[in-house]
Design a protein around this ligand. Structure first.
Ligand SMILES: NC(=O)c1ccc[n+]([C@@H]2O[C@H](COP(=O)([O-])OP(=O)(O)OC[C@H]3O[C@@H](n4cnc5c(N)ncnc54)[C@H](O)[C@@H]3O)[C@@H](O)[C@H]2O)c1
Length: 441
């Protein structure tokens, strides 16, 4: 929304959310999400044509176009629990729109939703409004956290799905014209509603599948002496495969990949396609395996016991350049190490200590004296038996590893869960090194 406000100064954009503290943060100097370049964009537009408000109904009443961008988490109860998307927020917004609208509007599904959600929204609107006309569009968001601003400035494509009726086509063109302020027309793809909804789930499933594929090979590399980065490079040079998204790691995290694949799995089950469901479910299983495999390697590297040993965990966000920790692999690794009675000290440049603690232990859980948060990487590593890199923050590449090694009991172990360090160099310093898909030489 900030990008639309930036590129279309004549359009008034009002972001409404019932979470008052979030809205207050968006209106302050400390935005609730860390995203490179976003502060400048928001500062440029806020108060000009970008506004933040908790007046949800007022915002809806005033708008010609409504982007529904609410959360669609995995359902935790009832039918489809653990797989299906929980659409209660989407439905609640649809009902509010129906209740307070005084004129016709375009409703844009920006949230990631199961196929046919647009139909549900249309049905709810149709059943609750007197003669007002609503066009429902699907416009899934493909930005990646950490590079959101550049992704938005220069998207590979914008996807708009709409009904193939004159009214639907008009709505599609209205939305396309907004993006066309800065996105070349040939990158604005229009499809029918269901193709658009499904494409978002499939895009995330394919991306996650590439990570699980290379991660599965990393286990084989460790067993055989092959190097997964060399294998990734060699296969990525094949133009049919391509080099991107082939980096082996401790496992993918983030709020979307797992949730969207599970959602796809549930759709396949519901439409009577158990083989297809099972195929995609394995992408998530492989990711779970990779996370627990990493924790197991730390335990076995430390002579099969971490009880009472200090382990420095560097990085907690699910990837660099974001403060988002949802589904971060670091959460699972920390929990596994605590379960083994390890003493875990975490450092992350962007995630607040309180969030790290509540992510690992659970909200409002009593403190665990074996879990703490350090103010710097060096502080976390001081006296640690092992250092584990969980997020690929750039600052970890240039740490003074000689100094870190000097302050650790020996043998000092280093586990690079992101393959960002020069293991040969670290080995020369004296570390026992472990990378993902790389055997310690
Ligand atoms: N985070 C991403 O990178 C990303 C990328 C692409 C798509 N998506 C999709 O976008 C959607 C939102 O993701 P997010 O990460 O921003 O989630 P989020 O949980 O951070 O934000 C959702 C917001 O919606 C608000 N909300 C919920 N119900 C509401 C209601 N009835 N009225 C007003 N506000 C309401 C919540 O208070 C919350 O602040 C999801 O469907 C997600 O899959 C996210």
């Amino acid at each position: 929304m900030a990008m639309i406000a930036l590129k279309a100064p004549d359009i008034k954009v009002t972001v409404v959310d019932m979470n008052a503290s979030r809205i207050a943060a968006w209106d302050s100097d400390a935005l609730p999400v860390y995203e490179p370049g976003l502060d400048e964009v928001v500062k440029q537009c806020r108060g000009r044509n970008l506004f933040f408000s908790t007046d949800v109904t007022g915002g809806i009443r005033e708008a010609d176009i409504i982007f529904v961008s609410v959360n669609t988490p995995t359902k935790t109860y009832g039918m489809g629990a653990g797989r299906a998307a929980d659409l209660r927020h989407v439905e609640s917004v649809a009902r509010t729109i129906a209740a307070v609208s005084e004129g016709s509007k375009i409703i844009v599904e920006k949230s990631t939703v199961p196929v046919k959600t647009a139909e549900t929204i249309k049905t709810i609107l149709g059943a609750n409004t007197n003669g007002l006309k609503f066009s429902v569009l699907s416009n899934p968001e493909f930005l990646a956290e950490g590079t959101a601003v550049s992704d938005m400035l220069n998207p590979d494509r914008v996807l708009i799905g709409g009904e193939r009726t004159p009214e639907g086509e008009r709505a599609v063109q209205t939305l396309a014209a907004i993006y066309a302020r800065w996105v070349p027309r040939e990158r604005i793809i229009t499809t029918n509603l269901w193709s658009s909804e499904l494409s978002k789930l499939v895009a995330n499933a394919f991306l996650a599948q590439r990570i699980s594929s290379i991660n599965s090979i990393s286990a084989l590399c460790e067993a055989t002496g092959a190097d997964v980065d060399e294998v990734a490079h060699a296969i990525g040079c094949d133009s049919r495969i391509g080099p991107k998204f082939l980096k082996a790691s401790v496992g993918f995290g983030g709020s979307c990949f797992q949730k969207d694949i599970l959602n796809l799995v549930y759709l396949c089950e519901r439409f009577g396609l158990p083989e297809v469901a099972s195929y995609w479910r394995h992408v998530v299983s492989m990711n779970d395996y990779q996370k627990s495999r990493f924790a197991q390697r730390i335990v076995s590297g430390l002579f099969n016991t971490v009880a009472g040993k200090r382990i420095a965990v560097l990085g907690f966000a699910f990837k660099k350049d974001t403060n988002d920790t949802r589904e971060s692999a670091a959460i699972h690794v920390c929990r596994d190490l605590l379960a083994e009675q390890g003493v875990v000290v975490v450092y992350d440049p962007r995630v607040p200590a309180s969030e790290i603690v509540s992510d690992v232990l659970g909200k409002n859980a009593p403190a665990n004296p074996r879990l703490s948060v350090a103010g710097s990487a060096c502080e976390a590593c001081n006296g640690a038996h092992a250092v584990a890199i969980l997020t690929e923050w750039d600052e970890f590449k240039t740490l003074d590893f000689q100094k870190i090694h000097d302050a650790m009991p020996k043998p000092a172990l280093l586990f690079d869960g992101r393959n960002i360090l020069d293991l040969a160099k670290l080995k020369k310093i004296g570390f026992r090194v472990h990378g993902i898909g790389r055997t310690p030489e």
